[in-house]
Design a protein around this ligand. Structure first.
Ligand SMILES: Nc1ncnc2c1ncn2[C@@H]1O[C@H](COP(=O)(O)OP(=O)(O)O)[C@@H](O)[C@H]1O
Ligand SMILES: [Mg+2]
Length: 367
């Protein structure tokens, strides 16, 4: 096999696209997106209740290229703050992802969806952890390649364009993002793929390209809340995801990529809606159980706390539950007695206890 050469990508908009092949897949994809968006938009507690889905997205997206962390580990780390070496870096990357996404949504109120905004986001994504050596916040000025771990530019599966072409290719992509296309989900499929093809950064291109998805649809007002998560599906179908991206530059086959993407959207929005509805139902049920167990006027604050932190320490409960300090001890005892919370590690001496709200943890782990 001859060594791979840097790609010379097509610019956007695509001059030829066979819409007849694509159109049959649009209905299910749009239906799925609209259903999830309606769930989120109609729930006043969406930000709180969908927060674990955002963490799940961060976990899955980071895992696509090697980060090992699981959702449970990350949720535990958020409470315990303890981890060593490699694992700590993994958790840091996942938490960066969440922060990058949330910050970008806020920045979008003032900045257009642009190279500048994406560079800011990249900077947060790669801060600390391993990213530091990967020039966070700046386009690359050298070659990169995509392949199995340890691959060289000669054995790479895909070699993105030379660094000197990145600024022009990126402005072309930016223009396309702000232009009109016949369909916004198809436009997003093209935007994501072109972003990966350009590979503007030294590292973090996969994650940033996936993080761009909710930003794009929110910007286009296809969705009214900034929630749109695809990574669980892409992680499950990782080989196909990579292969279909590869066939764009290898064979010029955009349609098969777009169809794959639309199927992913349909399937993952459906799974996301089911899970979101289960979380909403669990919240209602939990509030009732807390009320019965405690007969406290503070039951809503307690239930909110449990959904913010499915794992927590005794100290966090005391400090964050938004209940007068004099009631905290009594509430805690009643929650534990009624098995709403579980003490995983009891407190000892000066060490605080470590606890869980097991029903939410279990629900989040359901496939
Ligand atoms: N053949 C390909 N052509 C273009 N992009 C690809 C190809 N194969 C994989 N990719 C993209 O490259 C990403 C990996 O790039 P990288 O910069 O290491 O991102 P990250 O560090 O976020 O995982 C993958 O997640 C995928 O989106
Ligand atoms: Mg990488």
């Amino acid at each position: 096999m001859p060594p791979a050469k840097p790609t010379n990508p097509q610019t956007l908009p695509l001059s030829k696209l066979d819409w007849e092949k694509i159109t049959p897949f649009l209905g299910d994809a749009h239906g799925g997106v609209a259903r999830f968006d309606a769930l989120a938009a109609n729930n006043p507690e969406a930000k709180l209740l969908l927060s674990p889905l955002t963490t799940q997205e961060a976990v899955s997206s980071s895992r696509i290229e090697g980060t090992q962390a699981t959702l449970e580990e990350v949720l535990r780390f958020q409470a315990e703050g303890k981890a060593s070496g490699e694992k700590r870096d993994d958790f840091q990357e996942v938490m960066n992802y969440r922060e990058a996404l949330e910050t970008a949504v806020v920045q979008m109120e003032k900045l257009p969806l642009s190279g500048r905004l994406l560079k800011n986001t990249h900077k947060i994504l790669l801060s600390g952890a391993r990213g530091k050596q990967k020039d966070p916040g700046n386009f690359r000025n050298g070659p990169v390649w995509v392949g199995s771990p340890g691959a060289t530019i000669e054995t790479a599966r895909y070699v993105p364009p030379e660094a000197r072409h990145v600024p022009d290719l990126f402005s072309n992509l930016e223009k396309y993002i702000h232009g009109k296309e016949k369909n916004e989900l198809v436009q997003l499929a093209i935007v994501h793929a072109q972003f990966e093809i350009i590979h503007p950064f030294l590292d973090g291109n996969g994650r940033l390209g996936r993080l761009l998805m909710p930003l794009f649809l929110y910007h286009k007002k296809t969705i009214t809340t900034p929630y749109f998560y695809l990574s669980e599906y892409l992680e499950k179908h990782r080989d196909e995801y990579y292969d279909r991206l590869n066939r764009i530059t290898a064979k010029g086959d955009w349609e098969q990529w777009i169809i794959f993407f639309l199927r992913a959207v349909a399937e993952q929005s459906c799974a996301g809606s089911v899970k979101a509805q289960k979380i909403i139902d669990l919240k209602k049920d939990t509030l009732e159980r807390v009320q019965e167990a405690t007969h406290s006027q503070y039951a809503p604050q307690v239930a909110n706390f449990l959904f913010t932190r499915p794992f927590f320490t005794g100290v966090q409960f005391r400090d964050e539950v938004a209940v007068p300090k004099s009631s905290v001890g009594n509430l805690f005892v009643r929650l534990e007695k009624n098995k709403i919370i579980t003490k995983i590690v009891p407190g000892k001496g000066r060490r605080t206890s470590f606890c869980a709200f097991p029903q939410l943890v279990l629900l989040l782990q359901e496939a």
